[in-house]
Ligand binder design. Structure first.
Ligand code: XMP
Length: 506
């Protein structure tokens, strides 16, 4: 299959470049920045050099194998990759004023790479260096107020450089730039489909040996992972659902019914609510909670495996955003949150880890789910964090706070469904912490909990904005929570975006 090789110089957006190229139905693969040219392979129709935190003029700056420029395929540098190209072809890169955020990109030549952007667009910049002198043979095809050479091209050698980040959603028309490169300039065929992904995954998983234990949470990620493995490995797969007592209202029974009635896989339910909740007693720190939940999951799986094994593999529905935010990818992105299904596994698990969705984003998983015949109701269900309500209850997890969180969240979901907005938003829930406020119920004073409603829009969970819900919907949510949820005195609405906030409060 034709593909584009993306050399990773450590930008937190490197993987997103692959993602955007896949959106154009072209296969993309992220490889280390110093991958030898000989290993890039004949299917690579083009090479992209990602951004990264280094400066090309510093000693030891990471560089690609010079041989990649002799492979006879087009090369595109993005941000740091752009500077690598400027430097390599004899131009000059200098330290500049740091430029972060949106800038107006003027298109000087929309002949190929920047085709479809018209005269210009808003482009996302994030750099501290810039091209001062453009190498001989290159022409400037785009500029911004701060960067005279924001986009350059040498069409004879088919080498391109852009200072801005076309891969982030904030660059309008950015996806078109990457599509222009992959399809127009490199001539890569559009062979990447979700059917192709399923086929390839089934082939890879089918080549493993031994029993596979798949933890399922009822969420779309682990369900899709389980069905993919079931297709590849049939009776070698056993699905285990650990009810940790931290799920949404009615969820555990719903999950059991779905697996038993619809999917025909081996399904086991382990009731572990008591053990999770006692482990969480007295734990208030978010990271400690996440790790505690992760360890309990791993312990529950290990025990199950010992009693029902042997299993050679533990499978999970880990997605790419879980990997990057936990800081376990090769790049330098710092740990933001330890997503439990990535960070919590002990080294001596005694099983290999199988993560067939590790390169995908949520919306891609939804498309795989459709290919696998997952019920529509599950495909459209909002994402739910692995540590469950433990991260929506701020501070110590207590029975009272869990009940308030669960009941208030159910109200938020119901009111959004009623307003026809549930499918329109990325996530919607209520969180509760230790803050209290005074209310008056009937003639009684209530010193109750402050419940925070959070509803966000997002495309990939990497960034998110709070949803401008109609006031009538907010009013209905608030009225119902204060009326129906015992102990809830106030309702607030979270109006911070990601970044700087995250989607979950802990
Ligand atoms: P944050 O809160 O980091 O969340 O902005 C980004 C997305 O990831 C979900 N999330 C998790 N998913 N395990 C998961 O499987 C986790 O530990 C976890 N923590 C957060 C969150 O719901 C949002 O969609």
């Amino acid at each position: 299959m034709d593909r584009i090789a993306v050399l990773d110089f450590g930008s937190q957006y490197s993987h997103l470049i692959c993602r955007r190229i896949r959106d154009a139905s072209v296969r993309a693969e992220l490889v280390p920045h110093d991958t030898p040219a000989a290993e890039i392979g004949p299917e690579a129709r083009g090479i992209i050099l990602s951004g990264g935190p280094a400066s090309v003029y510093e000693d030891g700056a990471p560089l690609p194998d010079a041989g990649i420029f002799g492979l006879g395929v087009p090369v595109l540098g993005i941000c740091y990759g752009h500077q690598v190209i400027v430097d390599r072809f004899g131009g000059k890169v200098k330290r500049a004023n740091r430029e972060y955020g949106s800038a107006r990109l003027t298109v000087d030549d929309g002949g190929d790479l920047l085709g479809g952007l018209g005269g210009g667009t808003r482009a996302w910049m994030s750099h501290g260096d810039e091209a001062e002198a453009v190498p001989a043979g290159f022409s400037v095809i785009g500029h911004t107020g701060a960067a005279a050479a924001a986009a350059i091209a040498d069409r004879d050698r088919s080498v391109y450089g852009i200072q801005f980040h076309p891969e982030v959603a904030h660059t309008e028309g950015g996806a078109a730039v990457l599509e222009n490169f992959a399809v127009r300039i490199c001539g890569a065929r559009r062979e990447w489909t979700m059917e192709a992904f399923v086929e390839e995954s089934v082939r890879k998983i089918g080549a493993t040996e031994g029993g596979i234990l798949c933890g399922v949470s009822g969420g779309i990620d682990s369900t899709v992972a389980a069905l993919l493995i079931h297709r590849a490995a049939g009776g070698r797969l056993a699905c285990v659902f650990v009810d940790n007592g931290l799920l949404r209202r009615g969820e555990a029974d719903g999950i059991e019914a779905m697996f038993r009635d619809n999917f025909g896989v081996r399904f086991h339910r382990v009731d572990a609510a008591g053990r999770f909740l006692s482990r969480l007693e007295g734990v208030a720190d978010p990271e400690e909670k996440r790790l505690a939940v992760g360890e309990e999951f791993a312990a529950a799986f290990s025990e199950f495996a010992e009693a029902n094994g042997p299993f050679r593999w533990l499978a999970q529905g880990t997605l790419y955003p879980d990997v990057i935010e936990s800081g376990v990818s090769k790049g330098p992105a710092s740990v933001i949150k330890s997503h439990h299904n990535v960070g919590g596994l002990p080294e001596d698990l005694g099983m290999g880890v199988l993560e067939p969705l590790r390169d995908l984003y949520k919306d891609e998983v939804r498309r795989v789910a459709a290919v696998l015949g997952v019920p529509e109701g599950l495909i459209g269900r909002h994402p739910f964090p692995g540590p469950g309500l433990a991260v929506r209850v701020m501070g110590e997890v207590t029975a009272e706070k869990l009940r308030i969180c669960r009941d208030a969240s159910a109200i938020v979901e119901e009111e959004l469904e009623k307003a026809g907005l549930y499918r329109e938003v990325w996530q919607a829930y209520a969180a509760v912490g230790d803050d209290r406020a005074v209310g008056v119920v009937g003639d009684e004073r209530l010193y109750g909990r402050v419940v925070t409603v959070r509803v966000v829009d997002s495309v990939d969970a990497m960034t998110a904005d709070w949803t401008r819900l109609p006031h009538g919907v907010l009013e209905a949510v608030s009225n119902r929570i204060t009326n129906e949820v015992d102990g809830a005195a106030w309702v607030t609405y979270a109006v911070s975006s990601k970044p700087p906030s995250t989607i979950e409060p802990q």
